[in-house]
Design a protein around this ligand. Structure first.
Ligand code: NAD
Length: 358
């Protein structure tokens, strides 16, 4: 037993979770007091957006299919103008973190309520965190106005997510929960959700690796996504998210793949400083150690395991280390340049971490 010491501020959002919940979209729009919903998507997900728009019938204000990775400010501006021009009083973001990110960028300026319908496992729908890219730099922040008011989780919509993308986006969500378990501002509710979220995603991902259309496994993954996304929305992140932000922002590495590769190494780095969190992560993964368990899970699922495989140059590792050391996030173990460089080298090579030796 230990003395408990925490603050927990719950963030309000309504979650509707069911196979086929997309069919409830029109009622959910009405429940928000809205009458004209603009549907947002990427060009690749136009068909799913059309399905949503058809379900809305007269309440559809049409489709904006210009969502792009990293939410370029130019796209956000065009989408905001478009929402105004068509008289939208609500936006429905159907897609992954990029589309939901566009919804958030609209909400930030207009306070338009957002209904998010996630089709990946990234978890953005449960957070008040936004990211907008301007002049090549991605600015991120927290603003309660961008938190989607309603989230519809429908496992039917992620069945078409290819296995490779499912795995890396699921590992991205696991990373939110893992860091939530040792967050400086963590709390018992979020720790329960984090542990359960990791367990559900590890189980669900193994299920879809066997059969990508297994609806129980798809549902388990989405359930884990809700839990892990909630953790990201409520507590602060540490070294792992900092490193991924640097590698994505300054070296243009793909988001979810980078999370997948870095997570085991960040956990190994923090193993000795956060032993209780590591025990809970390991238990949720069904493995003896958290770092090795995360590595083995990703490898078993066929994910890329090395930064060199996803475009990182060895010569850039030192620069990545320097940027990560500057303006560092809080981390359970202080950032030490030599050890951090070791972490990056291991992640670059794709070596299995050894949390007992770091
Ligand atoms: P994504 O939204 O960039 O989607 C990648 C591609 O997959 C897109 O072309 C998309 O249309 C397609 N896709 C999505 N769902 C599909 C499906 N079911 N079937 C077929 N194709 C599908 O990928 P992501 O990993 O969900 O999101 C990554 C972005 O989200 C990053 O920019 C990241 O920074 C952001 N993010 C933000 C938060 C937050 O809290 N703000 C949290 C996690 C991620």
């Amino acid at each position: 037993m230990a003395i408990r010491d925490f603050i927990f501020t719950a963030q309000p959002s309504r979650v509707v979770f069911a196979k086929g919940s997309l069919s409830q979209l029109a009622e959910e729009v009405k429940a928000l007091g809205a009458r004209r919903a603009l549907v947002l998507c990427t060009p690749q997900q136009r068909a799913q957006a059309q399905q949503a728009s058809d379900l809305l019938g007269e309440m559809s204000a049409g489709i904006f299919d210009g969502a792009q990775m990293h939410v370029p400010i130019e796209v956000a501006r065009v989408a905001r103008e478009h929402a105004k021009a068509v008289g939208a009083d609500c936006a429905v973001a159907i897609g992954g973190g990029s589309t939901i990110g566009l919804g958030k960028a609209i909400a930030m300026e207009s306070a338009l309520p957002i209904i998010a319908i996630p089709t990946t496992y990234a978890g953005s729908e449960m957070t008040p965190i936004y990211g907008i890219t301007e002049a090549g730099a991605k600015k991120t922040g927290r603003d309660i106005r961008v938190l989607p008011k309603t989230v519809l989780y429908d496992p039917n919509l992620s069945v078409g997510l290819p296995l490779g993308m499912s795995v890396v986006s699921g590992m991205n969500a696991i990373a939110h929960a893992a860091e939530g378990l040792y967050a400086k501002d963590g709390n018992p509710v979020m720790s329960l959700m984090a542990e359960e979220g990791i367990r559900a995603l590890a189980l669900g991902l193994k299920g879809i690796a066997q059969n990508a259309s297994d609806m129980d496994a798809r549902s388990e993954c989405l359930y884990g996504t809700w839990l892990c996304g909630s953790v990201l929305g409520h507590v602060g992140m540490s070294l792992h998210h900092k490193l991924c932000h640097v590698l994505g922002g300054s070296f243009n590495l793909p988001h979810a793949e980078t999370h997948t590769i870095i997570l085991p190494h960040a956990l190994a780095y923090n193993a000795s400083a956060a032993p209780q969190a590591m025990q809970r992560i390991a238990k949720a993964l069904g493995a003896p150690h958290a770092a090795e368990g995360a590595f083995d899970l990703a490898k078993q699922l066929g994910a890329p395991m090395a930064l060199r495989e996803i475009g990182m140059k060895e010569a850039d590792l030192e620069q990545a280390c320097k940027i990560s050391m500057s303006n560092a996030y809080w981390n359970p173990r202080p950032l030490e340049e030599v050890a951090l460089m070791g972490l990056l080298r291991n992640a670059w090579a794709g070596d299995r971490p050894n949390s007992l030796s770091i």
